[in-house]
Design a protein around this ligand. Structure first.
Ligand SMILES: [Zn+2]
Length: 65
């Protein structure tokens, strides 16, 4: 008998540096997912060596909701 191994893809959270596994809610955005949770995604805006985008800070960008 061959056991089918369920191996979910993993990534390293860009905020906390911990590995996290694929989740169903990320099925569509997995290639873009960088953080293990919304909390990490939000807490990265203050201090972080990430991309200096400054998304949603000034309001210069007119797109989005
Ligand atoms: Zn994290």
């Amino acid at each position: 008998m061959v056991h089918k191994k369920l191996t979910l893809p993993e990534k390293i959270c860009a905020a906390c540096g911990r590995p996290f596994a694929w989740r169903k809610k990320w099925a569509r955005d997995w290639p873009q997912v960088r953080y293990c949770s919304d909390r990490c995604r939000g807490s990265n805006s203050t201090s972080g060596p990430g991309p200096a985008n400054g998304a949603g800070s000034g309001g210069k960008a007119g797109r989005g909701k």
